[in-house]
Structures are given as structure tokens and as C-alpha cells.
Write a protein that binds this ligand. Structure first.
Ligand code: BG6
Length: 495
């Protein structure tokens, strides 16, 4: 592997994301040789920690990866802690001194990657200070990796973007959408563009509808404070789901490069119908979990979770229908749904194909056929927990007469392959080190996603929901099922 030369500065260095995702990912890159002797990490946060204590924590976070003592010591020796108040200019001067010192000590050539993994209200001020206090170097690369949420509506996202762009050009801004680092999300492009059998049918002549389900069995856990202000629409639809819609819907890119893919994704997003409020209410439904049973356990309702208001109107579930008004997709609904405390963790895409023009197997006068309706061909992409894809076809039932039977061609990566494949964050950090923004959200994608979501949000803000409206351990409120039924479809959900 190519060794990268870089100083990481992680804002939010004591936080959950840093501990759960970033440090283990950096360690994996270290083990593979993508990071070696020429890297250092500054972790910052408010609290006072010593380097020693910080390194202890870093070592704890990589325990699951079974490092030898020597590896853990060597890796963690590259970590430095700096307590930091993001609003205090003097603190940035201290940070700059430390950064310059480490740059010299580790021969880092001015290469810097700033990682914002903390409360979003500080993103703007941190970036402004990076520039005004001259932490950004003149030599080497300076890249900004920024966690979600990017704004809380179009206006705030726009303002944040303007502020950031004063310090970093678009090509150096890496807005994380960790779904874009997932193996099977990346595989969407392989399935589409490496298989003529699919790409030739990938349009409104052959596809009936597309279904995207991002189900979680977890509840809000300890994130009530954040989630109360976000809700499922902003937490999952504005970012992850719309990114997936754009990958499914885009035209084949001229080349598989960042620029070409981005161009096509933006075109696809721009073709999604922006509803007015009335249409939004008609095409999007929301839910909030009540108490319920799941796997022999009893779960409390959302309104009694920690840091959640007892009269909360925050949605923990969304289902909706997007329409894409272009030649390829006109008339094909893209149904999406996501929610917490559903029956299981399952992230899937179903491409539901149209029926054959005439069903010759309809019960005939001779009475040889019993099946009247052929089930549709469905291409399913399994994103997690299993990874792979399947295709359901219709075959003949063995024996006398002529009955058709659905058969499923099913491919899943082995558990071993899945557990050995790089984690999303590991891939995305390496992409950012390589300056490759393909698997990140660009500004025009973010902007259009907010336009689509803002209307839905504002229509909901003007109406009172009937919460709670689904029991923990179910697949969401009845309205989510009605949404498809009304169009003559059903959610497809098989093991
Ligand atoms: C995050 C959301 O972006 O994605 C969480 O904020 C959600 O609410 C998570 O649980 C799901 O990610 P994954 O990788 O576990 O499917």
C-alpha cells in the first residue's frame, strides 16, 4: 500500500464517532501500510485530557481488532491531545503551534486533513478559524472532512456552505455520507453498468416500481437530544436515501470518474419532482413508535426514551413516493421507507419488473394451469446485514400440468468476506487521503436534497400527527402500506 503523509486534526476527538469509527479505521489503514511513520493525529475537544490518557483511550477503541502490544503502542504514539474551545481564537493559535511542530517532527509536508466530528452548530466557526488563524498551510494539501448533518434545511445548509467555501474550494470538501462507503451501495454501479442484462431494462418500459427500505430494529438509543431536532426525514431521507435514489436513477456516466458520476447524480436529483405541500402530504407519511414486543423483549414508546419530550411530534419512521420526471423514469414510483424499532435491521433495494405483456398461463378452459397471477421478477440488492443480490424468476413446477412457481437466484457474500472487507469509514478516509471525492456528497446534491425534503417537513409542521402510530417491532404505520396499495403495489420483504 502507498503510505500517506498527513496530519489529521479531529474536532470531536473524545466523541462517540471518533471512538467507534475513526480510530479503528485509522488503525486498519495503519496495519495495511496506508499510514506508517509519516502521520500524526491531533484530537481536540473541550475536556482536558493528557496525551497519555488519550492514547489509552485510542488503544481501547482498537481492542476488537486484536493488535499486538507493540502495534497498539506504535499506532497510539502518533496521537496528541489538545483541549480546545472552538470559539476562542487563542486556542487555534495553540493548535497551530502543535500542528506545525508535528509537521516538522513527522515530516508531513504541510498535508492536513481536518475532520469535523462534533455538534454541527460549530462547523462554520471552526472552518473560519482554520483560515483566519492560518492553520491551513500553503504547501501540501488541506482537506476538510465534514460529518452530517450538513444544515437543517436548504437555507442553513446554504449559509454553512458559503462560510466553508471561504476557506476551502469545493474539491477539498468531503461531506461524509457513510452509506456511500458501504460495499453494496458501491456495488449498485457494478450491477447496473457491468451487466447489459440489467442496464438494457433499467427504465420505465420494464420496471414497475423501485422500493428502498432502510429498516432498523434499534430505537433512538442515547441520541434523543439530537434526534428530537432531526427526525427520520432529515436523519435518513435527506442524505442516505436520496443518495441511493440518485445512484439507482442516474444515467450511465461517460466514465467512472468523480466528475462524470457527480454530473449524472445531480441530473437525476434535479429530475425528482419537488412536491407542493399538498402533494407532499399525499405522498409522504410519518410514524412514531409506541411500545411493543420484539424478540421476546418489551420496548418502551419513543416518547419515554431519554431526552425525548413526552409529547414529542418527532417522526421515527418515514415512507414516501418520489417520482422522477425524465424520459427514463416517467411513471415509475420510487418508494422509500425507513424507521427505527422495526422488526429487524435490513437495508435493501427491490427493483420490481413489469409483468409479461400477456400471461399465457392464465387458467384456461382446459384447466391445466392453476396460477392466475405471475409474481413479478424482482432484483433485490441486500446492503446489510447480509450483502449480495437475488433475482426472482418464474419457473415451471415439476410434474404433470403446467403451474408456474417463483424461483430465486440468490447470491450472498460469505460471512467471512463481509467481516474482512473494509468498513465504510476506512474506505472513505482513504478516499479523502487520495483526494477522491466520488463517494462523498457534493454541494449541488446536498442542495437539491434539501429542496426535496424541506417541502415535506413544512407540510408536516402544519399538521398534527397521530403519534404514536406503530408498535415497536412492526414495519411501521398502516399508512405506509396504504401508500403502495393505492397504486396497486405491495412492499416486498422476504428473508
Ligand atoms: C446514521 C443515522 O446516519 O445512520 C442513524 O444518524 C442511523 O440514526 C444510522 O442509525 C444507520 O447507519 P448504519 O450504517 O447502521 O445502517
Amino acid at each position: 500500500a502507498n503510505e500517506n503523509t498527513v496530519l489529521f486534526t479531529i474536532f470531536g476527538g473524545t466523541g462517540d464517532l471518533a471512538k467507534r469509527k475513526l480510530y479503528p479505521s485509522l488503525f486498519r489503514l495503519f496495519k495495511k501500510g496506508n499510514l506508517g511513520t509519516h502521520f500524526a493525529v491531533i484530537g481536540t475537544a473541550r475536556r482536558e485530557w493528557s496525551d497519555e490518557y488519550y492514547r489509552d483511550i485510542v488503544r481501547e477503541t482498537i481492542q476488537d481488532l486484536n493488535p499486538t502490544n507493540e502495534e497498539a503502542e506504535d499506532f497510539s504514539s502518533h496521537f496528541y491531545y489538545q483541549s480546545h474551545n472552538v470559539n476562542d481564537s487563542e486556542h487555534y493559535d495553540t493548535l497551530k503551534n502543535l500542528a506545525d511542530k508535528l509537521d516538522e517532527q513527522y515530516n508531513l509536508n504541510g498535508n492536513r486533513l481536518y475532520y469535523l466530528a462534533m455538534a454541527p452548530q460549530f462547523f462554520g466557526t471552526i472552518v473560519s478559524h482554520l483560515k483566519s488563524q492560518k492553520i491551513i498551510t500553503d504547501n501540501g494539501f488541506n482537506r476538510l472532512v465534514i460529518e452530517k448533518p450538513f444544515g437543517s434545511d436548504y437555507q442553513s445548509a446554504y449559509e454553512l456552505n458559503q462560510q466553508i467555501r471561504l476557506a476551502f474550494p469545493e474539491q477539498d470538501i468531503f461531506r461524509i455520507d457513510h452509506y456511500l462507503g458501504k460495499e453494496m451501495i458501491q456495488n449498485i454501479s457494478a450491477i447496473r453498468f457491468a451487466n447489459n442484462i440489467f442496464e438494457s431494462q433499467w427504465n420505465n418500459r420494464y420496471i414497475d416500481n423501485v422500493q428502498i427500505t432502510f429498516a432498523e430494529n434499534l430505537g433512538v438509543e442515547d441520541r434523543g437530544g439530537y434526534y428530537e431536532h432531526s427526525g427520520a426525514l432529515k436523519d435518513m431521507v435527506q442524505n442516505h436515501i436520496l443518495q441511493v435514489v440518485s445512484l439507482l436513477a442516474m444515467e450511465p456516466p461517460v466514465a467512472f470518474s468523480e466528475k462524470e458520476i457527480r454530473t449524472e447524480k445531480v441530473k437525476a436529483l434535479n429530475a425528482i419532482r419537488v412536491y407542493d405541500e399538498k402533494e407532499a402530504l399525499n405522498n409522504f407519511v410519518r410514524g412514531q413508535y409506541g411500545g411493543g414486543q420484539l424478540d421476546n423483549q418489551t420496548y418502551i414508546d419513543y416518547r419515554h426514551e431519554e431526552n425525548v419530550s413526552e409529547s414529542s411530534e418527532t417522526e421515527t419512521f418515514v415512507a414516501g413516493k418520489f417520482m422522477i420526471d425524465n424520459f427514463r423514469w416517467s411513471g415509475v414510483p420510487f418508494y422509500v421507507r425507513t424507521g427505527k424499532r422495526l422488526t429487524e435491521k435490513g437495508t435493501r433495494i427491490n427493483i420490481v419488473f413489469k409483468q409479461v405483456p400477456v400471461n399465457v398461463f392464465k387458467p384456461s378452459i382446459e384447466g391445466t394451469c392453476e396460477n392466475s397471477d405471475l409474481p413479478p421478477n424482482v432484483l433485490t440488492i441486500y446492503i446489510q446485514p447480509t450483502e449480495g443480490f437475488s433475482m426472482t424468476l418464474n419457473g415451471k413446477e415439476v410434474g404433470q400440468g403446467f403451474n408456474t412457481l417463483p424461483v430465486k437466484l440468490d447470491f450472498r457474500h460469505s460471512a467471512e468476506t463481509v467481516s474482512n472487507s473494509p468498513e465504510a469509514y476506512e474506505k472513505l478516509i482513504l478516499d479523502a487521503l487520495n483526494g477522491d471525492g466520488t463517494n462523498f456528497s457534493h454541494w449541488d446534491e446536498v442542495a437539491q436534497s434539501w429542496h426535496l425534503v424541506d417541502v415535506i417537513r413544512s407540510s408536516w409542521d402544519k399538521t398534527t400527527p397521530d403519534f404514536p402510530n406503530y408498535a415497536a417491532g412492526t414495519m411501521g404505520p398502516k399508512a405506509a402500506f396504504d401508500l403502495l396499495e393505492r397504486d396497486g403495489f405491495q412492499w416486498i420483504w422476504e428473508p
